[in-house]
Every structure is written in structure tokens, then in C-alpha cells.
Design a protein around this ligand. Structure first.
Ligand code: ITT
Length: 198
């Protein structure tokens, strides 16, 4: 596995909520971050059929366009009774305006009266070097879809996701609490252990 030895990293995301969480999680390890939007990098079309394909596509393109080692995150909410939807389409369920109130309502409406409201968030991180080398890591957190929405922290689907063993949603948790258990935090643990340390 290739180690990242530099101290500058490009975060290949145009999602502000994600960028905030990623910089929180990487703060102890990286001294300088760039973001894809700050460098005016084009937002690629996510044509992959899986989280891993999309994460690799985003990281490789950013590394090629910027010449910097780039980290991409492809993530989403998978609802078991909906056969894993919205899944890789999680961002797209918010429509053109990325309105997650609409997306969350769509999830709840699709569930209707179904008893099984189990779901998980997944996060695949891809770190790509300008020479095309890539490493990938995945994290998941299991939980339940709740309704109505609760809380105003976090981003995306956080107001309707309650992790297993908790009675508050991700949007009701302080960021430091979410960072202890989230799908993103788990993927980051693997990234740090395998690529950033030693
Ligand atoms: P980039 O591709 O530019 O990173 P994006 O928002 O398009 O931004 P994705 O394609 O990975 O990112 O879509 C993931 C969606 O899943 C994202 O828009 C959120 O709505 C949702 N999501 C991912 N992680 C989440 C989290 O921790 N809490 C709530 N929602 C999350």
C-alpha cells in the first residue's frame, strides 16, 4: 500500500458539508488542504455504478487536473427496504437544487408503511496520486430512518438517520460525536492507518 508522505492534499469535493467533515477528520495529519471548488476544478459527472467507481473517478480526475495528491469521498444512504436506494444516487435525489428536504421526504414516502426502516450510510474514500496510483477505503454505519426530521447539524440526510444504539439523529449530534461513529470516520480510520501513518 502506498503511503502519502506530503503535507498538502486536495479534497476533491464540491459538497461543503463533506469538505467540512473531511478537514475536521484530517486536521491532525495534514497541514494544508485545497478544495476542488477553491481551485475551480470541474465537477465530474458521476457515471460509476458503485461508490468505489465514483470515488476513484473523482479522485483520479482531480489529481490529473491539479497535479496534487487528491482525496475523493463517494458516499450515500442505502435503505434496505428500498433495495439500497437512494444509494449512489443519494445526491441526485435532491434534484437540480440539491434540496435534501425533498430527498428526505422522498425516502420517507417511498417507505410508506413498511416496518423495516433499517438503513446504512456508506463512505468510500479514494486517494489518487498524479501518476494514476489509487488506494480505496470503505466505512459503514448501520441505523434507522426516522420521521419527522430532527436536528439542524450535519448535512444531507442527517436529520432522518439515527445510528444503531442512539436515540438522536446525526443532525442532533455534535460534529465531534458524529466523527466517532460515522461511515466517514470509519473510512478515515483505515486511510490514516494505512496511508498517512508510518
Ligand atoms: P461530491 O461528489 O462533490 O463530493 P456530492 O454531494 O455529489 O459531492 P456524493 O455523490 O458522494 O457527493 O453524494 C453523496 C450524498 O449522500 C450527499 O450529497 C449527501 O446528501 C449524502 N451523504 C453522504 N454522507 C452523508 C452524511 O454523513 N450525512 C448525511 N448525508 C450524507
Amino acid at each position: 500500500m502506498r503511503k502519502f508522505k506530503g503535507d498538502e492534499l486536495l479534497i476533491a469535493t464540491h459538497n461543503k458539508g463533506k469538505a467540512r467533515e473531511i478537514s475536521d477528520l484530517l486536521l491532525p495529519y495534514i497541514s494544508k488542504f485545497y478544495s476542488a471548488s477553491e481551485l475551480n476544478l470541474e465537477e465530474p459527472e458521476e457515471t460509476g455504478a458503485t461508490f468505489a467507481e465514483n470515488a476513484v473517478l473523482k479522485a483520479k480526475l482531480a489529481a490529473k487536473d491539479s497535479g496534487k495528491v487528491s482525496l475523493a469521498d463517494d458516499s450515500g444512504l442505502c435503505v434496505n427496504a428500498l433495495n439500497g436506494d437512494p444509494g449512489v444516487y443519494s445526491a441526485r435525489w435532491g434534484g437540480k437544487n440539491k434540496d435534501f428536504n425533498i430527498a428526505m421526504k422522498k425516502v420517507n414516502d417511498a417507505l410508506g408503511g413498511v416496518k423495516d426502516r433499517s438503513a446504512y450510510f456508506t463512505c468510500v474514500l479514494a486517494i489518487a496520486w498524479p501518476d494514476g496510483h489509487v488506494e480505496i477505503f470503505e466505512g459503514r454505519v448501520n441505523g434507522t430512518i426516522v420521521w419527522p426530521m430532527r436536528g439542524n447539524m450535519g448535512f444531507g440526510y442527517d436529520p432522518i438517520f439515527q445510528a444503531k444504539g442512539y436515540d438522536i439523529t446525526f443532525a442532533q449530534m455534535n460534529p465531534s460525536e458524529k466523527h466517532k461513529i460515522s461511515h466517514r470516520a470509519k473510512a478515515f480510520d483505515l486511510l490514516v492507518k494505512n496511508c498517512l501513518k508510518g
